[in-house]
Design a protein around this ligand. Structure first.
Ligand SMILES: Nc1ncnc2c1ncn2[C@@H]1O[C@H](COP(=O)(O)OP(=O)(O)O)[C@@H](O)[C@H]1O
Ligand SMILES: [Mg+2]
Length: 311
């Protein structure tokens, strides 16, 4: 561990975590990030309070978690040393509970909320916000440059604005990447992260459907610069940025910055609507599955789900 985290405290936390109401756990936790796939939280404990923890309860055994960790570290290394993107210092640890469950925790320093991309872009003045957005676009363009040059390894990235943090650099602001928990990269065309891990929280039948209908499409788009940018732009609707002026302006910035086929407002909006539909379907099916598991069968549903995604 790069960070000085007491593994026993984390184990105690995991063993007593109330996944339906984390704030009511004996070591209380507060969810600070409602992502689509996992939740990030702050743990109210003297030894853990300065960190952000991302909990991944998706592993069936130690070996699976170790494999994931290897892939995670390689991904971070490729982003930093290969692509040249600054990545928020990230560590991780495998927690094994007394009853034999394996949970992986990603650990990062707890960053100030107002420095997270989506908050930053909303609160900063227009010029700084656009400047930050432009820099994010340039970081994403590096991924394409890397992929063009690299034969064996291709890197995917989820460029959404909430995956970046604004940090101070040479009297200005620069973006660093924070959302590394889905390490997307391919070696000789083969996706290194097992698709099953991504879909672990979905009900079994839906899992099959998602895997065959959407997964390839959903994953492919993280390897295609134009789609990465459209995804980033579409997400700004979800972030409730002003769609009359600000979003069109940012679309223009992206078009100016990159050598890609021009992105239009209508295209971005249509993408947003379709994407919202897919994710809402995914979330509501997971909620139903959680209900069945936890309430009907009284067994354990291990995921912390967002109550409602604001759109
Ligand atoms: N180290 C951190 N410090 C502060 N907030 C964080 C940190 N990591 C994540 N978050 C918050 O949680 C949100 C989701 O985290 P992210 O890693 O993007 O996970 P997801 O896979 O759920 O999108 C971020 O947008 C941010 O608001
Ligand atoms: Mg994210």
């Amino acid at each position: 561990m790069k960070f000085n985290i007491n593994p026993l405290v984390l184990k105690e936390f995991e063993e007593n975590l109330n996944v339906l109401e984390p704030e009511k756990s004996s070591i209380p936790a507060r969810v600070i990030g409602l992502g689509e796939i996992s939740s990030v939280f702050v743990i109210d404990h003297i030894e853990l309070k300065d960190y952000a923890f991302k909990r991944l309860p998706i592993f069936s055994n130690q070996k699976e978690a170790e494999e994931y960790e290897k892939i995670l570290k390689e991904y971070i290394n490729i982003l930093e040393s290969g692509v040249g993107i600054k990545v928020v210092q990230t560590d991780g640890t495998i927690v094994k509970t007394s009853d034999g469950r394996i949970v992986y925790y990603l650990v990062q320093e707890l960053l100030p909320q107002e420095s997270i991309g989506n908050k930053f872009i909303k609160n900063a003045d227009r010029t700084s916000a656009i400047d930050f957005f432009k820099k994010v676009i340039r970081e994403l363009a590096k991924v394409e440059d890397f992929n063009k040059k690299s034969e064996k390894i291709k890197v995917g990235i989820d460029g959404q604005i909430s995956n970046w943090v604004a940090f101070r650099k040479d009297h200005g602001i620069a973006p660093a990447y924070l959302d590394v928990s889905t390490p997307l990269y391919r070696k000789d065309g083969k996706e290194m992260l097992k698709a099953d891990l991504i879909l672990k929280s979905a009900p079994p039948i839906l899992k099959q459907i998602l895997k065959f209908l959407f997964l390839k499409e959903v994953l492919d788009r993280y390897y295609d610069l134009r789609l990465i940018i459209i995804d980033l732009l579409a997400n700004l609707f979800k972030e409730k940025l002003d769609e009359n002026e600000f979003i069109p302006e940012l679309i223009q910035v992206a078009n100016k910055e990159l050598h890609i086929k021009k992105i239009t407002f209508d295209e971005v909006k249509a993408y947003y609507k379709k994407d919202a539909f897919i994710w809402e379907l995914f979330l509501s099916s997971r909620k139903f599955y959680r209900f069945v598991k936890a309430k009907v069968f009284r067994s354990r549903y291990d995921f912390i789900l967002p109550e409602k995604i604001e759109r």
